[in-house]
Every structure is written in structure tokens, then in C-alpha cells.
Design a protein around this ligand. Sequence first.
Ligand code: FMN
Length: 373
Amino acid sequence: MAGSSFGTLFTVTTFGESHGPALGVTVDGCPAGLSLRTWDIQRELDRRRPGAHPKASDGSDQDPKLNPASTSRKEADECEILSGVYNDITTGTPITIVVRNTNQNSGDYSDIADAFRPGHADWGFTQKYGCRDWRGGGRASARETIGRVAAGAIAKKFLAEAGITILAWTSEAAGITCEEFDEAEIERNPLRAPCPIKAQQMLDRIVALKAAGDSCGGVITCRVSGNIPAGLGEPVFDKLDALLAHAVLSIGAVKGIEFGSGFESARMTGSTWNDQMRNGTSADKPVFVTNHAGGIIGGLSSGQDILFRAAIKPIPSISIPQHTIDTKGVERTIAISGRHDVCACPRVVPVIEAMTAITLMDLLLRNRASRIY
Ligand SMILES: Cc1cc2nc3c(=O)[nH]c(=O)nc-3n(C[C@H](O)[C@H](O)[C@H](O)COP(=O)(O)O)c2cc1C
């Protein structure tokens, strides 16, 4: 299988299947000297884990069943750093991180061993490779994102040292949209939504959909803020928005991305869209009056916040009966049992943050070669 690597200087290669012995990532190109402990990676993996929200009042994880958006699978997802770190400092050599699979139940998937799930990758994988690991989706499983989140944790540390912060949240789920924004609320509710009232409305709809055997999608918003230098990105094929789109659209279930005013831009005029510039504190720190561009112009960062939204489709594995065919081409009706998410949004939030961090770290390193003086 080609295409399991991403990045130019900071290169991330994920490996493993959901029902194999382990999954993980090898990161090449991380500079020596970055402080990195197992906990830096584990805390991000814990955010990705099924049902990791909300935390109990003592800070411990609650029973996944309390989060109806998430699968009831209990996955420990404990990571181990195999290489590239000595005395909690990166050595400049490849960093390999593994997570062993411990709660896999192949029986959950026996009903799809010879039938293709509508909306999932089963059909395409079989046509492409002539064989398929049906136990949990193989490489198309959401567990593949473990490697991305582990690599993203490294990139987030690097970006934090550069004064850059990434924050993503669920801005819409099950048809409910959050207009209010309280940042402190995001990690307090199971949807990772920035408004407790809307989060509850989302959950109520998700509970009803789950009872009906159905699923739903939503929208995730991502904001990069802090000390973003102007000029990040390479202005032809590796534009910042093109690379972020590549990174984010490579996550399962992500179906669209828009930057700044996005598709709404098509209905605006030049005079209302253009982000006008005013004199700032210094010549290299202008003030932009608006941010319709989402912080990216000409494929390069402007120095403003980078803003984008990603559309997340409904979870494909549902227990409502649907038409499909089996591997012999015979028509079947399939109702998928097993432990599946109902809405992927809260679990995709840390994955989007991770892919954004990986993209920005790579471009920050590439930027060091952009000019002599
Ligand atoms: C964090 C996360 C959790 C997911 N959980 C499930 C799940 O429980 N069941 C399922 O069928 N698909 C789930 N998906 C979606 C599938 O992985 C995805 O739809 C599938 O790989 C097909 O790819 P596509 O949707 O990008 O076309 C999840 C995706 C992500 C990123």
C-alpha cells in the first residue's frame, strides 16, 4: 500500500491495522533537542480514545456508555516510544511510537466478512487489492488515526515552543449549530462543542438516532493562533491551504473543507471580501481589518489566525437494514451490529488538530530554507 506517509521534512508514516497486534507511527525529521515525554503523546491519544468524555469530577475517565456519540469499545491505547528519544529529549533520529491493540473483537464484524458496508471503504479496498481485512476495516479503520495523533503531539510541542496554538471544536452536529462560543466549555462536554446548551441538544438528537440505529455527521471548526509568521507555505503546489486540505481530507469521514469565508466567498464582492490592511505596531505586523481569507493569501500565511471548517459525514456502520451485495455479487440486506460511533465529530477534533500541527511543523522547518538573509 502506497501513500501511508505525509510531509516533506517532518515526515509521518502510519502503520498497522485495527485488528493486528499494534498500530503506530514513525516520524522522521524531528529536530534534536525537543523535550518529549510519553505523557505528551498519551494525553493527546486519550482525547482521541472512544468515550474519553466527559471526565468524572476526580479527573478519571467515565464509562464510555455515558457518551452516546461514541462507541462503547473500551480501548486503553497506551503508547510506547521505541526510538528517537533519550532522557526525554528527541535525538534527531526517527521516532517510532506503538500502541498495542487490546480490545478487538473480530466477531463484531463477522456479518460483514463477505458483504460490503454501504458508505464504508470495503468495496473499494476489495476492488483495489483483491483481498480485504474485514475485521474492523483494516487500514480504513479510525484506529489508523492513532499514529496521526501521536505524531501530532510531537508537532504540537514544537509549535508550542514557537508560540503557536491549535484549537478545534464541534461547531455543528446532528443538525444543531453552535453560534455561542465559550472556549472553556469545549473539553467539558462529550461533543467538544463550545456551548453547553447546544451540546445537550446535540446529545439528545444523537441518543434518538442511536436508538433508531442511525448515525449523523457535523462540522468541525479549527483555529490556529499565536505567533504565526507571515509566509508559511510554498506558493505553487504546496500552498498552505492546499496542504491543510490534503492533511484534513485524508482523515476518514471528512468530506469537505473551507477556509475563512469559504463557499460564502462566492456570493461576496471584492470590496466586501478583501481583508484591508492598516498600520500596526511595526511594518511586519500590520493590522488586518477582517479575516475572510482565513489567514491564508497566495498559499501563504498572512500572520492572522488560520481558520477553517471541515464537514464530517455520518458514521457509515448503522443497524438500520440497507441494501448491499456480497463478494459473489448477490444482493443482501445488511444491518450492522457491533460497537460503532454514532457521530464521529468529538473524536475527529483531536485528529484535525494533529494533522494541522503536522502540516504547520513541516512548513515551519521548510521555511528555514526560504532565504539567506
Ligand atoms: C475518529 C473516527 C471515528 C470513526 N468511527 C467509526 C465507526 O465507529 N464506525 C464506522 O463505520 N466508521 C467510523 N469512522 C468513519 C470511517 O473510518 C470512514 O467513514 C471510512 O474509513 C470510509 O472513509 P471515508 O468516509 O473517508 O470515505 C470513523 C472515523 C474517524 C476519523
